[in-house]
Ligand binder design. Structure first.
Ligand SMILES: NC(=O)c1ccc[n+]([C@@H]2O[C@H](COP(=O)([O-])OP(=O)(O)OC[C@H]3O[C@@H](n4cnc5c(N)ncnc54)[C@H](OP(=O)(O)O)[C@@H]3O)[C@@H](O)[C@H]2O)c1
Length: 275
C-alpha cells in the first residue's frame, strides 16, 4: 500500500487519511459492502454516514461486524435539533453500527439561523444532547455540517465544535476564507461534495469516456480541495470500489495545485454549470 498523507482533524487530534469515504449513496449499489471494504483495505480510515442516509449506518454496521470490529473512524449525524432527540439518535446509531462509541457525532445540515439557534440552546438544544452523550462516553467528539456561509461563520466564531463539515470545491469555492478561520482555531474541516456531486460527476465520466475531458476531472477536483492546507479530510461519495481506488491513487500522487491551476479549474467549473 502506498504511503497516504494523513492530516490532523483539528482539536480531535485524530490522524485521518486525507481522503475519506462519504457513505451517503454507497448503500444504493450492488457493490456496497465491497466499496466500503475496498476503502478500508486501501487505507481510508475516516467514513462519514448519517442517521438520515437510508441504509448507510446499517451498511457500516454490517462491514464492522464482517471485519470483526471497528478499524476506522466513524462519523455520523443527527437531524434532531433538541437535546432529547439527539440523545435518542446517538443510541440508535450505536446499536445499528454495533459499536460502543463513535469518534465524531455531527449536527446534520444546520443551514438556517433558526436551526442554528435551536441546536445550540444551552439547555434543550441538540448540542447539549451530544455533550451529555459525550460525558456518557458514547461520542468522542462533536461536529456540525452546514451549507450556509453565515451559519458557517457562526459555527467558527462559537468555537463550540471539534469539527465542521463544509461544501467546498472548484464549483463552490466561497468557504475558502472560513476554512482558514476554522483551521486557525484548530477546528477540523471535513469537505463534503468535494468532486461536485453525483449529477456533475456522471457528466464528467461521459466526457472522460469519449476522450473529451478538459481540466474538470474528479482527480483534479479532489486535488483542488486537498490543496487547501486548512482541509483535514475530503470525503468523496462512492458506490463502486473502482472510484475509491481512483481517489486513493489521486491522494498517493498528490502535490498541491498551483494557484493559477486552481483559478483555471474554478473558471472551467463555472462554464460547466452554465451549460
Ligand atoms: N452534511 C450534509 O448535509 C451532506 C450533504 C451532502 C453530502 N454529504 C457528505 O459528503 C459525501 C460526498 O458528497 P456527494 O456524494 O454528494 O458528492 P461528491 O463526493 O462530490 O460526488 C459523489 C459522486 O462522485 C462520483 N465519484 C467519486 N469519485 C469518483 C471518481 N474517482 N471518478 C468518477 N466519479 C467519481 C461518485 O460516483 P459513484 O457514486 O457512481 O461511485 C458519486 O456519484 C456524502 O457521501 C456525505 O457523506 C453531507
Amino acid at each position: 500500500m502506498p504511503d497516504l498523507q494523513t492530516r490532523r482533524l483539528g482539536r480531535t487530534g485524530l490522524e485521518v487519511v486525507a481522503v475519506g469515504l462519504g457513505a451517503m449513496d454507497t448503500p444504493h449499489s450492488p457493490e456496497a459492502t465491497a466499496t466500503v471494504h475496498a476503502a478500508i483495505d486501501g487505507g481510508i480510515n475516516f467514513i462519514d454516514t448519517a442517521r438520515d442516509y437510508a441504509g448507510s449506518e446499517y451498511l457500516l454496521g454490517q462491514v464492522i461486524r464482517e471485519r470483526g470490529g471497528l478499524d476506522f473512524h466513524v462519523a455520523t449525524k443527527t437531524f434532531a435539533r433538541s437535546a432529547d432527540g439527539a440523545q435518542r439518535d446517538v443510541d440508535r446509531s450505536l446499536s445499528i453500527l454495533g459499536v460502543e462509541a463513535v469518534d465524531l457525532y455531527q449536527l446534520h445540515d444546520v443551514s438556517t439561523l433558526d436551526a442554528w439557534e435551536r441546536s445550540i440552546d444551552e439547555e434543550h438544544g441538540a448540542l447539549a444532547g451530544l455533550r451529555i452523550a459525550q460525558v456518557r462516553g458514547l461520542v468522542r467528539y462533536i461536529g456540525v455540517s452546514t451549507h450556509n456561509l453565515e451559519v458557517l461563520r457562526l459555527i467558527v466564531e462559537s468555537d463550540a465544535f471539534d469539527a465542521v463539515m463544509v461544501d467546498y470545491s472548484a464549483f463552490a469555492p466561497e468557504p475558502v476564507a472560513l476554512i482558514e478561520a476554522a483551521h486557525a482555531r484548530d477546528i477540523g474541516v471535513i469537505v463534503m461534495r468535494p468532486v461536485g456531486g453525483s449529477g456533475r460527476t456522471s457528466v464528467m465520466r461521459g466526457q472522460l469516456d469519449r476522450g473529451e475531458a478538459g481540466p474538470l476531472t474528479p482527480a483534479n477536483l479532489l486535488r483542488y480541495v486537498l490543496s487547501h492546507p486548512g482541509v483535514s479530510v475530503a470525503i468523496p461519495g462512492a458506490r463502486y470500489p473502482s472510484r475509491v481506488r481512483e481517489n486513493l491513487d489521486t491522494l498517493a500522487g498528490f502535490a498541491p495545485m498551483p494557484a493559477e491551476e486552481q483559478r483555471a479549474l474554478e473558471i472551467a467549473a463555472r462554464a460547466f454549470d452554465a451549460l
